[in-house]
Write a protein that binds this ligand. Structure first.
Ligand code: CTP
Ligand code: MG
Length: 240
């Protein structure tokens, strides 16, 4: 099992509020990105981690990974490439440097620093066992309603439907793919001008099959300031 991981880390983190780009913000004194890369490199399946950095931050990210001793961690090599304007473009730019002898590609958000290595292993394993695309996910705690957005903040929105919660899953990363499948759908999406919010969504769009495996509550995405508070608490509990 020879897996490479692409880590999109080129976002600004606007919802987190003012400050450094999200991937460089610290959790327990260590940048989110460093946590995320370590979580991947901990998996014995992962031989290469491609970090997709902000265009103007490539040198800084390389330096950071060096400073924290992530470069050369175990047997995983680390590469850093410049990202794009959207997450999808950043992933595509990362994919472009993955060697052909890699069978399995994982795509993991830098914004999910605390993913347990068991989730990384399970996703890679499910691809190696034959799935085209694998997504870790968790059941929803909240009931979800589909609305007709008014476009006006604060104006009540009409409810259209309440999907059966027991059939819904909140998806996480790393998502795992057969290398050629992910390359193909990204190339098609570029040609067709299609944008999806996750990579598995592109596989679905082009009639590929996607399966879900259990994710983990600690693989949550750091999006808003409260998520950083929760992440600090999870890390403190781990270190205790
Ligand atoms: N990402 C990226 N390139 C972009 C936009 C996002 O590599 N042009 C990455 C982010 O760095 C992050 C992941 O995609 O690791 C998930 O995106 P998200 O959580 O939305 O992060 P941001 O886009 O940075 O945050 P926001 O949407 O709040 O600005
Ligand atoms: Mg974003």
């Amino acid at each position: 099992l020879n897996a490479a991981a692409v880590v999109p880390a080129a976002g600004r983190g606007e919802r987190l509020g003012p400050g450094a780009p999200k991937a460089l913000r610290e959790l327990g004194g260590v940048p989110l990105l460093v946590h995320a890369v370590r979580a991947l490199a901990r998996s014995r399946a992962v031989t290469l981690v491609v970090v997709v950095a902000p265009v103007d931050g490539v040198a800084q990210v390389r330096q950071l990974l060096d400073d924290y001793g992530v470069d050369g961690h175990d047997s995983a090599r680390i590469a850093v490439v410049p990202g794009g304007a959207t997450r999808q473009e950043s992933v595509r730019l990362g994919l472009a440097v993955i060697p052909e002898d890699v069978d399995v590609v994982l795509v993991h958000d830098a914004a999910r620093p605390l993913v347990p290595v068991d989730v990384v292993d399970a996703v890679a394993r499910a691809v190696a066992d034959g799935a085209e695309a694998v997504v870790p996910a968790v059941p929803l705690a909240d009931t979800v309603k589909q609305v007709r957005p008014t476009g006006v903040p604060g104006r009540p929105e009409p409810v259209v439907a309440t999907p059966d919660r027991s059939t819904l899953r909140a998806v996480q990363t790393p998502q795992g793919f057969r290398r050629e499948v992910l390359l193909r759908v990204h190339e098609k999406a570029l040609n067709d001008g299609i944008e999806a919010t996750d990579d598995a969504g592109l596989v679905e769009r082009y009639a590929g099959s996607v399966v879900v495996v259990p994710g983990h509550e600690e693989a949550f995405k750091v999006t808003r300031p409260l998520d950083l508070v929760l992440a600090e608490a999870v890390l403190a509990r781990r270190r205790a």
